[in-house]
Design a protein around this ligand. Structure first.
Ligand code: T68
Length: 843
């Protein structure tokens, strides 16, 4: 067993003193007090909530670390294939509550903290979110880590340890203001590994040498070096001891702290400047979602992270002393979008330049190792790097990219002789001015599987942006893995009331939270009056919790009986928050035109918005400004009262989603058909007993298939008609919807402040071709919102829809996704903790 690795004379002493972490409440309390007094060096007589948070986290961390070490030993000992999930973003949110629930001792902590004079909810709220992501892509990576650990897969995440996560959003006078998110001043969840470092090279030049046999070897020389330092974050699985690792790289100057020569010769400033330049690489997360801006520092981040991760993976493989051809039997690497695509080139470089393999042998290994997930079809989001920039920063990599492209195009030519057109269409190098490297094409060519994230999206990539590659590689290379969410965080943690209620019907949390399809048993209770009553009470309590939050943060009072209509996500034109706010304005105008008696009969609504705009995205910022301006006018209009309230929740993030999602009656997923690859919050809202208004886009379509058409409010044009409609806007006679004209008139008349502030949004629809089809879908949207009002008025029917929907959501667990990836793409198997040879009895 693993124990044999400790030499006999010392073994007993080590094993006798093995750490075990706390067991039960008394030991928990003892550990908390010990951490307060010794680790934090604070007196227990003035322990505040910050200290109690820190000590509680450290007590749980001790438990995680023990299992984490065991898991790593078990994996090394079993010598099994591992999965490496490369993502520039991990939108983790808070860790303490998750750790307590996954380890299974939240109740112990609750009563222990209470003995010590604290409320567990207050302690949980002390934690900063780990917000190392923009939106769906980053949160998906976090859900996947939870599933990988919960299902006992041997898996590592690799990312960057940004000093600043996504900015914090403040709303000042209705405008978004960005504030840096310095989140690391106390982070008990990471372990610096100052002994795990990799020196990463940039710039320089390539020299070629020829040996006696005539073999040419390339040497990448000169340039700058930056050091990558590993920081490890334990990822606990739910109801399993398995604890995986998320390794985040931090950049620092390669030669320790300063350049001592410069420092000694009195050139302090430039020696510090070098250090700062190195640290800049992992300083900040780029705040754009679904947009590629092609900045040099971003490319540096990508290579820095990819090179450090590959070095680590290769180092681990080499310890096994296996031949290189077995690399793909030991290693599966998943590329989360094209951001880590340089890993393909880097592995090829390691194999041919450093390990001396032939091109073809190396390339086979590379292709068998990688898989690529595409997350978007939006042209502005597809990554391209200018050849000049790649040449400058990574001269050897550019040569390899050219060779990959050459051999690829040669093979295409053999299969499709005399087809010049296809060659230029699929070339990894775009022959534009300047020339660009198309990263998605490189990712496809260097991987053995490519997946989209929902059925419609996977169909779209097969038939549009990657059509030629389906022709070249055949259809089997392109698969679908519909996204999912972890029910641990997004039901059990965020909505304990509902989770407990469900547990009473499906045989306990540990069953359905590990097999979400068991939710289907709920359908047997859909007509059980006591169950329905309890269900309604849970929802109302969640709405009250959100109403309280809104009161404290905005000052506005909202009525928890009203329909809570929620749209929270990144602000983007394709997601169409403008359609929503125009609809709200239309509703307001209608209410204003009514008599007070008529108004009383209208079902009351609270329209809730939240989300960040990329700092340079002018139109998105204008949308935020309009929402806030409408909010101010409507909420202060004495005619309106409870009939309509408009709320913008500042700084939407994971921990706020955990309050908002359980409180929703209706959430909006209203992207222009064919633009939202999947969406994942749609799944969270339905799983928490809310209904959806949405377009036939992304995963909405599969949600409809699962829960039934009668349980979702679909509207709008279909993806297949979008191109024609757009063509019509340009060449036909394009009139805006009359209802929308009323809205624009109101804005023009200054109802919500200076027209000038919102002219861009109006012009986009009226004068610039309405690319996102706001006007085309407006009427259908309003009609469907009317249907929502009518449906909500029949609370009995509404609750039936909610319970039925939840019971049919089992498919959307990220556990299902991970099992699909494991089988279709990675060819890896779970490593059950029971197989731990080291802890077998009698050994
Ligand atoms: C999202 N993409 C998709 N991108 O928009 C969403 N982009 O439909 C899907 O459900 C989700 O991915 C998970 O598959 C993003 O979130 C980004 O955040 C992003 C970040 C950097 C560059 C480009």
């Amino acid at each position: 067993g693993v124990e044999a690795s400790i030499p006999e004379p010392q073994r007993e002493a080590w094993l006798k003193n093995q750490a075990s972490g706390f067991k039960g409440k008394d030991e928990f309390e003892k550990e908390v007090v010990r951490h307060v007094e010794t680790t934090l060096a604070r007196s227990m007589f003035n322990c505040d909530e910050t200290a109690a948070y820190a000590a509680t986290s450290l007590a749980f961390r001790d438990r995680l670390v023990i299992e984490w070490n065991r898991t790593q030993q078990r994996q090394t000992f079993a010598d099994t294939k591992r999965v490496y999930y490369l993502s520039l973003e991990f939108l983790m949110g808070r860790a303490l509550d998750n750790a307590m629930l996954n380890v299974g001792d939240k109740e112990v902590a609750k009563s222990g903290l209470s003995d010590l004079g604290f409320r567990i909810e207050d302690i949980i709220q002390q934690e900063n979110d780990a917000a190392l992501g923009n939106g769906g892509l980053g949160r998906l990576a976090a859900c996947f880590l939870d599933s990988l650990a919960s299902l006992d897969y041997p898996a590592w995440g690799y990312g960057l340890r940004y000093r600043y996560g996504i900015f914090k959003q403040e709303i000042i006078d209705g405008y978004q203001v960005e504030v840096p998110d310095y989140w690391l001043d106390f982070n008990p969840w990471e372990f610096p590994r100052h002994d795990v470092t990799v020196d990463i090279q940039f710039y320089g030049y390539v020299k070629k040498t020829t040996d006696d046999s005539g073999k040419v070897t390339a040497h990448w020389e000169g340039g700058d070096t930056v050091r990558a330092v590993a920081y490890d974050v334990p990822i606990p699985g739910y109801a399993t001891p398995a604890t995986n690792n998320l390794r985040l790289w931090s950049s620092q100057a390669a030669s320790g702290e300063f350049d001592f020569q410069k420092f000694n010769s009195g050139d302090y400033e430039s020696s510090v400047a070098d250090q700062q330049r190195a640290e800049t690489i992992s300083a900040v997360l780029y705040p754009n979602d679904n947009l590629d801006r092609g900045k040099e520092l971003r490319l540096k981040q990508q290579y820095f992270w990819v090179a450090a991760s590959l070095y680590d993976i290769v180092r681990r493989f080499k310890k096994s002393k296996r031949p290189w051809r077995e690399f793909p039997d030991q290693v599966a690497i998943q590329l989360n979008d094209t951001h880590p695509t340089l890993a393909i080139v880097e592995l090829q470089r390691i194999l041919i330049d450093l390990e001396g393999l032939d091109w073809d042998d190396a390339w086979n290994i590379v292709q068998q190792t990688f898989c690529y997930t595409n997350h978007t079809v939006l042209p502005e989001a597809l990554e391209k790097w200018s050849v000049g920039l790649v040449q400058h920063l990574l001269p050897r990599h550019l040569q390899i990219i050219y060779d990959i492209n050459l051999f690829f195009l040669q093979s295409v030519e053999r299969s499709f002789p005399k087809n010049r057109e296809i060659l230029s269409r699929v070339s990894i190098i775009e022959e534009s001015q300047p020339k660009m490297v198309r990263m998605a094409y490189l990712a496809i060519v260097g991987s053995h599987k490519v997946n989209g994230v929902a059925e419609l999206h996977s169909d779209l990539i097969r038939t549009t942006i990657f059509k030629d590659f389906v022709t070249i590689f055949g259809p089997d290379k392109f698969v679908n893995v519909t996204n999912g969410i972890t029910p641990r965080r997004w039901l059990h943690q965020a909505n304990p009331g509902l989770s407990d209620l469900i547990a009473t019907k499906v045989g306990g949390p540990e069953l359905f939270l590990k097999d979400l399809t068991l939710l289907n048993k709920l359908e047997l209770s859909v007509n059980d009056p006591a169950f329905r009553k309890a269900w309604a009470e849970v929802k109302l309590a969640n709405k009250q919790r959100l109403a309280d939050y809104i009161k404290t943060t905005t000052g506005y009072t909202v009525n928890p009986i009203a329909l809570f209509d929620v749209q929270v996500k990144r602000i983007h034109e394709y997601k169409r928050q403008q359609l929503n706010i125009f609809g709200v304005i239309y509703r307001y105008l209608k209410l204003k035109a009514m008599t007070p008696e008529e108004r009383k009969k209208v079902p009351p609504r609270v329209s809730i918005f939240g989300g960040k705009a990329a700092p340079g995205y002018w139109m998105a910022k204008q949308i935020i400004h309009l929402i806030n301006s409408v909010s101010k006018v409507v909420n202060n209009d004495p005619d309106i009262g409870d009939a309509l309230k408009v709320i913008f929740i500042e700084d939407y993030n994971v921990s706020k989603a955990e309050i908002i999602v359980p409180a929703s009656d209706l959430s909006e997923h209203i992207s222009t058909a064919g633009t939202e690859a999947s969406g994942t919050s749609n799944m969270k809202f339905v799983l928490n007993g809310g209904l959806i208004i949405g377009t036939c886009d992304g995963a909405n379509i599969e949600i409809t298939r699962e829960i039934g058409e009668e349980n979702i409010f679909l509207f709008g044009n279909l993806a297949e008609d979008v191109d024609d409609l757009r063509h019509n806007h340009t060449y036909g006679d394009h009139k805006t919807d009359p209802g929308l004209d009323q809205v624009f008139d109101a804005i023009h008349s200054g109802t919500f402040g200076s027209v000038h502030d919102f002219q861009g949004m109006i012009s986009a629809v009226r004068d610039h071709g309405d690319y996102y089809l706001v006007s085309d879908d407006f009427h259908s949207y309003l009609e469907t919102q009317d249907l929502v009002d009518k449906s909500y008025a029949d609370q009995e029917l509404w609750i039936t829809k909610c319970i039925t929907s939840v019971s049919r959501m089992g498919f959307f667990s990220s556990d299902r996704c991970i099992n699909e990836y494991a089988e279709m793409m990675w060819n890896v198997e779970p490593l059950q903790p029971e197989t731990n040879i080291g802890t077998k009895k009698g050994e």
